[in-house]
Design a protein around this ligand. Structure first.
Ligand code: FES
Ligand code: FES
Length: 210
């Protein structure tokens, strides 16, 4: 587990464990995958200095400057440094999808994405789907279809559906199933999740696109 960033007097963050990252790109990550191919240069450069680095993350349209260690995951930075706790951490090893966010519009596991990998990219979290005080269409569809039980997987499921609908506004049921196949629900709310994705497609077309 990364060190507590509160012990760091600077404004910044924490991240993915190297163990988690290396063990990550695993089975099941059909849709949400890490940016591991982009990691090495930046991360190794910073790590070679033995120091932290200040990076800029573009989160929900706002540019945020954060101080990170190269091993800190994006999920840790979002939650513990930036206070965006809507992103959940489940397995922390790229298997469950609870930590899914959009990076440049595509679903990614933030637990196996280093914060330094995400520098300069457009990051969208569940908080970023809100339309003012109103739920975005995917959030609204999940609510109306009762697409959750405990709710722990829900943020990740919603982000996976959001990512799906951004690349395919009219997915059929097979495409929906594939689109959320990187997100596990231990409560087994899959039927309602699939129905919510269908409804979200309709809501977006009615003008509620986020
Ligand atoms: S895949 Fe990131 S917490 Fe499970
Ligand atoms: S609603 Fe409980 S894990 Fe999905």
């Amino acid at each position: 587990m990364p060190e507590d960033p509160k012990n760091n007097k600077t404004e910044v963050t924490q991240g993915l464990s190297r163990r988690g990252f290396l063990s990550s790109v695993s089975a099941g990550a059909v849709v949400a995958v890490s940016l591991k191919d982009a990691v090495p240069v930046r991360a190794q450069e910073i790590e070679a200095t033995g120091k932290t680095a200040t990076i800029q993350l573009i989160v929900n349209g706002t540019r945020r400057k954060v101080l990170v260690e190269p091993r800190w995951s994006l999920a840790y930075v979002l939650r513990e440094v930036l206070g965006l706790t809507g992103t959940k951490i489940g397995c922390e090893r790229g298997e469950c999808g609870a930590c899914t966010v959009l990076i440049d519009g595509k679903p990614q596991y933030s637990c196996i994405t280093l914060a330094v990998e995400a520098e300069g990219r457009e990051i969208t979290t569940i908080e970023g789907l809100m339309q003012g005080d109103k739920l975005g269409p995917v959030q609204q569809a999940f609510l109306e279809e009762d697409a959750f039980q405990c709710g722990f997987c829900t943020s990740g499921q919603i982000m996976a559906v959001e990512g799906l609908l951004r690349r395919n506004a009219n997915p059929d049921m097979d495409q929906i199933r594939t689109g959320v196949s990187g997100n596990l629900c231990r409560c087994g709310a899959y039927k309602n999740i699939f129905n919510a994705a269908e409804k979200a497609s309709r809501l977006k077309k009615q003008g509620g696109a986020s």
